[in-house]
Each structure stands twice: as structure tokens, then as C-alpha cells.
Ligand binder design. Sequence first.
Ligand SMILES: [Mg+2]
Length: 408
Amino acid sequence: MPDLARFRALHAEAEDLARPSVANILHVDMDAFFVSVELLDRPDLHGKPVVVGGQPDQRGVVSAASYEARKFGIHSAMPLRTAGKLCPHAVFLDGHHAKYGEWSDRVASILARFSPIVEMVSIDEAYLDLAGTERMHGPPLAATDKLLRTITRETGLPCSGGLATTRLTAKVASDQGKPRGLVWVAPGQEAQFLSPLPVRKIPGIGEVTERALRALGIETVAQLAEISPERLETIFGQWGTALYRKARGGDSYEFVLDAEPKSISHNHTFGEDTNDLPTLHSLLSHLSQKTCKRLREAGLAARTLTLTIRYAGFDAYTRSRTMPEPVHLDADIQAAFLALFEEHRDTKRKIRLLGTALSNLTHGGEQLNLLDASRREKLEKLTRAADDLRNRFGFGKIQFGGSLKREE
Ligand SMILES: [Mg+2]
């Protein structure tokens, strides 16, 4: 490692993280949103374990749980039956998604009074840029306090906020503030605020990364922040660079794109249904390469490949193949998609849409058993060079054989 890099690794602060001197980024998150909306009609249930999503003898999953229910280990996405076993005396309610949408719109219209820049990232959370709003509502901290109180006064719904210099830090802050809390992270305090937290608290770090980090003995953000960017990049590829930044509270350009994905997919609908084989092959190859590129950018490899074929008349078929080893190279993934296509295509029917998806994602791109070492090294070099060119000139310019016909 060069000296400068070592210095940066030892002295946590990355130079490229230009920090504003005012915490302007606000993350607002509604507390147990679906439950809170249901409680508007059922005030008698306040303070009780409440589960929204259906009845405990139904097959579905929990879509929200009150804080009282969470104490019993109930959380969203858990099967309703499991929730019923964990807390038999909880009150189980059916979900009403149209109603949640209406309340979400009401919250959004309140947010819009506080800043022209509001980004709703889901039904119950949003980022606001409070820069330049002082004349309307005072300095950011005062404006935030007023905003959270206004939401609760006008809707009756509890919420929490995080105010910080970056979106990542603001989101972690609002989470730490829950329920009904506001956490302000002053400029320069980001690393100190994040350090003691488990890595899983960092947005974008999911189960897969958590497991990979634990295998390296890394459990807290402080431990993650001690690892050099070079080492992280060796282990995780480009995702490692993102992790390095995240450990210091830094954002990337696009919050959503930077998260650890569960699956990566692309599809294309033809303007006119077709069964022209060269056209279909070239599109498939194009989609497969696009999906692969995103896979590598995330520093991931995939074990499961899924092909979607939709015929004229809207019948859609998906066919999957699970590989013996995780794969990340264009050549292997493209060949597998082509094989799936050849195997399952109904040659008599015209096709309206093709889609490629990669799932069962893991870190590290070794495909040890599929290729000998020298060929692998060569292909990886070629792949990296092609990705560089694609980044510089746009995706359509550089493609591997088989999709050269397609014009972007
Ligand atoms: Mg929420």
C-alpha cells in the first residue's frame, strides 16, 4: 500500500468527503406507519401489541408491527403464523394499503411546505434538503423540530427525524431517534456517531455483507472504518469502495443504487412482437451484458439466473437455472441465458418481452471450477477494460460478440 493510502486508512477521515459545515439533510421516517394509521380508527389499541398484515392463521407475512409487538420479536416480513406463536395475545389487523397511500400523500404535502426538495423514498420516509430554507422556517434544527411537530399535530401520526450532513448519516440518525425522536448529528461528528453501531445499521448493508464482514471479524462501524480502501476493494470489488465511504457517513451519488441488491434484472419489450431468431439472440445477449455489468459494479456474483419470456397475448414464463458456483463473467452468464432460451422457447409463438435476472447474490467473483486460472485472468482483465470503456463512452459502444448488431 502506498504511504498516502496508509495514512488515509489510519486517519479515518477521507479527503474526498467534502463536508458542508451545516447539517442540512433531513430524513423523516414515520414510526410503525401502517400500525399508526390503523390506530387512528382504533385508539383503544394504543400501547398494545398490534400486528398489521392479516390473521395469525393466514399464510401471509407481517407488514408492520407496533413497538409493543416488536418486544416479542415480531418484525415485518415474518410469517403471520410465527408472529401468532410469538405473541398470541397480539391484535392482528388486515392491511388497508389504499388508506396508507392517502395518509402518505398528506404527509408529503406537509413536507413540501418545508422545502422545495423533497424525495419520498418509500410510502413512509423522505429526504429533505433544508439548505436555503432559513427564511421560511429558521435554521435547520428549528425547522426540523417544527416539521415533525406539524406532522404529528395535523395527522395524528408519530414520526422521527435525523438531521445530518449526508443522507446516510441522516437516515441512521432518524432510526436511532425512533420512536418520536429527533437526532441531530453535528458536522464533523459523523464518524463518532456511527462508530459504535453494528454494521447492519448502515443503509445498504444487508445480510450478505453483514455475514461477509463478520467472517473478517468486523461487527461495528468503527471496525469497518479501520479497514483500508484497498483491502475492502480486494474483497468486495467496487462495493468495497462504497463500504469505505459509508463507514465514514459518506453518500454515493445515488442512494438507492448503492444499496446491496437482492436481485439485478433488465428487460425489454419489443415495439412489435417478433420470432426473428437473430433479433431475439442479440437482445438476449444485450440484456445479459447489462445485467452482468451491474452485477460487477456491485462487486457481486450470482448463482441463480432467471429468464423471462412474455409471448404476444401476455403469457409470461420464467425459467431459472442455479449454477454450481457463483458466476460473474459475461461469457458464462450469456451462455447460460442462451441455453435457457433455446431450451424453453416456444418457436411457434411471437415474443413480446424478454427479461434477464440474477439472484442468489454473493460477494467475490471467483468462478474457480468453471475456468482455468490463466483464461479466467484474461477474461477478467478484458471484462474490466470493457466496463471502463462502457463507463466512459456509454453502454452501447462496447459489447461482447453476439450482441454487436444492436444499436443503442
Ligand atoms: Mg417507517
